[in-house]
Design a protein around this ligand. Structure first.
Ligand code: F6R
Length: 264
């Protein structure tokens, strides 16, 4: 596990985008796992900038999003389909058929649909890099606390904390989705490389529990300790409850000297 500490959210986004970009340059047909949420917006902006500058080509990239609210059509302004097009896909040269986002409009045969999403990931050769944000309750994707570490794509009931965090996005009086379709923790652990991004003090407790706490279904992101190639990129406020910060800094310095590819 590599923990990259950055001064602020801007530096975090830049490093995350540069890391993803260098992997796409090395493997143009990269299979990229994507997340939504406010943390991701700046990263997508940086990737769009690199594309506009002519240094990043998405024409062969294939993407799989982690999750989508159940009951929201792609055109709904709060759907993750809408988010992804607004912040990312509309501004890059990705082929529409290479974009995969769980379908929030299904209303039967959920297990069959979720199994077909997993199959599509396998058919694409598996996810090369999975981008993740983290919820205040430690969720990754919509794997709420007590999600099985072996879980695969499935229907998930959202926790009260997540509903409260997400309610800001919905208009007052609007019915909020109570459920989502999300890739599971097992699906995420199947990616070749995992990149978790966290910024802001509200994430500090979840970050510390995930990196330094026990592996527990009470904190879904703690399962990432089982992954052989996971990098956390966090800003100062999000890192504020980590107890081993000096060690992470020394590891970063040695990594830059010995295995710089892991940082770029
Ligand atoms: C959404 C997702 C979620 C978010 C998390 C953090 O696709 O995967 O796990 O990454 O809720 O959201 P923000 O960045 O809005 O704090």
């Amino acid at each position: 596990m590599l923990v990259i500490l950055k001064r602020d959210a801007e530096a975090v986004s830049l490093q995350a985008a540069e890391l993803v970009a260098s992997h796409i340059r090395r493997k143009p047909a990269l299979v990229l796992g994507l997340a939504t949420g406010s943390t991701m917006i700046d990263i997508y902006q940086q990737l769009v900038r690199l594309h506009r500058e002519g240094t990043l080509d998405f024409s062969q990239v294939v993407t799989f999003n982690l999750d989508e609210y159940l009951g929201l059509a792609p055109a709904h302004p709060q759907s993750f389909h809408h988010f992804m097009h607004e912040h990312f896909f509309a501004h890059i040269n990705i082929h529409p058929r290479s974009i995969h986002i769980p379908d929030g409009t299904i209303h039967e045969n959920y297990d069959q649909y979720c199994a077909s999403y997993e199959q599509a990931i396998r058919d694409a050769g598996g996810i090369d890099i999975q981008l993740l944000g983290i919820g205040r309750n430690g969720h990754i994707g919509f794997n709420e606390p007590t999600s099985s570490i072996a879980s695969r794509t499935r229907l998930k009931v959202l926790s009260k904390e997540t509903l409260a965090d997400n309610s800001k996005s919905f208009s007052p009086g609007e019915k909020h989705p109570q459920c989502a379709i999300t890739m599971g923790i097992g699906s995420i652990l199947g990616a070749r490389k995992v990149l978790l991004i966290a910024t802001g003090a509200a994430k500090a407790a979840a970050v510390a529990k995930s990196i330094e706490g026990p592996i527990t279904s009470a904190v879904s992101a703690s399962a990432l300790q089982l992954h052989p190639d996971v990098t956390f990129i966090v800003d100062e406020p999000a890192a504020s409850q980590l107890t081993q910060r000096d060690y992470y800094v020394r590891v970063m310095e040695m990594t830059a000297l010995l295995t710089p590819d892991r940082l770029s």
